[in-house]
Design a protein. Structure first.
Length: 474
């Protein structure tokens, strides 16, 4: 199948409300899943976490697999803080985040799972068909093989539509990446839809992302890897006219997503901008023992900052009925407060441009990645207690309702982060907002931003989370 046809099929799915189940019924189904779930998740001291031990000045699983909690020391010339210590999740293995898709009534549908994660705020969220670390699908835990694994590991014949390595949270994971993959089976192929699975169109996913904590982070990152193609002026006019007959679409947003013209900067300029910043900034990461970290305390109960800010590492005992393993313990990262991640949007030459930040984080694979305009992972920004200046923050804090495109709380990944949610928001600014911006920022159309998802280590997970929620209906 040609790439143009794949992108067009995704576009049709993105404007479809599905041919299997209505979105209202999906929400009712999700509520039922949450009402029926049998789970017991509670915090315990780290020193009591089963099958984990404090060895060689780090927290490790007894098998040597899964992940560890390590201490690191950062030295950098980025922004105002040049050095700090912190705990970090070290999980070098690459996992699967994957969707099976199938055309139903001519529209691509995604097989989603109502999955329970110990860190989820509402226990059950919509996840990809397959969400598994290498340790999981190699069954290191001694549990069952994940459902539908054979559609992703080469055992079954499928058509691969998307296949990319994408980074995880750079402030919490040490150079962690997962394989984001979307495969397609034939329209005529019968596949068992197991309990807790459901077919959804891409348009339904995007509608569900307007509700807090329904679609999990792993689904959002895979969906963000989808491109919708480049179209001629003639095609865009026809598409715009068609969409306006059925939706409250916006021409400037359609053009920003689907046109490779009318942009402020050429793609080569943007690549040069990123390259120059990767050359300018230094990121030295030294592994140190947990006990050697300045300003952090491990007391057998938690690993926490002496000022009780940023985040801590806690122990969790999990009992969940329908997982591959029904009872286990693990360390988890718990944020001190909820955070904020948001894009500013401005019309430039009649086309919406998004203000992208080049952001350095301690666990980044390649120094800086493209991030939202503002990305604050803790609540200190609300009280002005930040260690560094956050440009453009006031435009989010003081945004008027009519300028807010999108604003909802979304969870971080519930397998490693305990009940963490961040406000995801997109705010439009007017003509008085300058086109000239700070060195670490660059205006891009949506089409340009999406062109970078085909490459590794360009768009960070916060940016991808926001991109996944953007629909053709503003």
């Amino acid at each position: 199948m040609h790439i143009e046809q794949i992108e067009l099929d995704f576009l049709i799915s993105a404007i479809s409300q599905g041919n299997v189940i209505s979105t209202d019924k999906v929400l009712a189904w999700m509520k039922q899943q949450n009402d029926e779930v049998v789970s017991n998740i509670r915090q315990i001291p780290l020193e009591e976490v089963r099958n984990w031990s404090y060895r060689e000045d780090r927290l490790r699983h007894d098998s040597g697999k899964f992940f560890s909690i390590d201490g690191i020391r950062i030295t950098t010339n980025y922004l105002d803080v040049s050095t700090w210590d912190q705990p970090i999740i070290n999980q070098p293995e690459i996992g699967f985040l994957g969707f099976i898709t199938k055309k139903i009534g001519g529209v691509v549908h995604f097989l989603a799972q109502a999955k329970i994660e110990p860190g989820n705020l509402n226990i059950v969220q919509l996840s990809p068909t397959l969400q598994a670390t290498r340790s999981n699908f190699m069954q290191v835990h001694g549990g069952k093989k994940p459902n539908y694994l054979d559609y992703f590991n080469g055992v079954r014949k499928v058509r691969v539509l998307v296949d990319q390595l994408q980074s995880e949270q750079g402030a919490r994971f040490l150079q962690k990446r997962n394989r984001n993959i979307i495969v397609e089976i034939s329209e005529n192929e019968e596949i068992e839809v197991k309990e807790n699975f459901i077919w959804l169109s891409l348009g339904q996913f995007k509608e569900l992302m307007r509700y807090p904590n329904v679609v999990n982070m792993d689904s959002r990152t895979v969906i963000s890897c989808i491109r919708f193609g480049n179209y001629s002026e003639h095609s865009l006019k026809m598409m715009s006219a068609f969409l306006k007959l059925n939706t409250k679409s916006d021409d400037q947003l359609i053009y920003s997503m689907l046109s490779h013209n009318n942009h402020l900067h050429e793609l080569e300029e943007i690549i040069q901008w990123m390259t120059s910043l990767k050359f300018k900034y230094e990121l030295d990461v030294e592994k140190i023992g947990i006990s050697k970290m300045n300003n952090w305390i491990y007391d057998g109960n938690t690993i926490h900052h002496e000022a009780n800010k940023y985040f801590d590492v806690i122990g969790v005992r999990c009992e969940i009925a329908n997982r591959e393993v029904v009872s286990w313990d693990q360390p988890m990262v718990r944020s001190a407060q909820h955070g904020l991640m948001g894009f500013l949007v401005k019309k430039i030459n009649g086309i919406y441009h998004f203000l992208v930040q080049a952001k350095l984080e301690s666990g980044n694979f390649d120094i800086v990645e493209m991030a939202p305009t503002v990305q604050c992972l803790t609540g200190n920004y609300r009280k002005g207690l930040n260690e560094y200046t956050i440009p453009y923050l006031e435009y989010f804090m003081n945004a008027s309702k009519e300028n807010i495109w999108y604003s909802t709380y979304q969870s971080e990944e519930g397998g490693r982060f305990f009940q963490e949610q961040n406000l995801n928001t997109i705010v439009e600014v007017g003509d008085d907002f300058p086109v000239e911006v700070d060195l670490n920022y660059c205006w891009m159309t949506l089409n340009q931003i999406l062109s970078f998802v085909t490459y590794n280590n360009y768009l960070n997970i916060a940016a991808r989370s926001l991109l996944s929620a953007i629909s053709f209906v503003k």
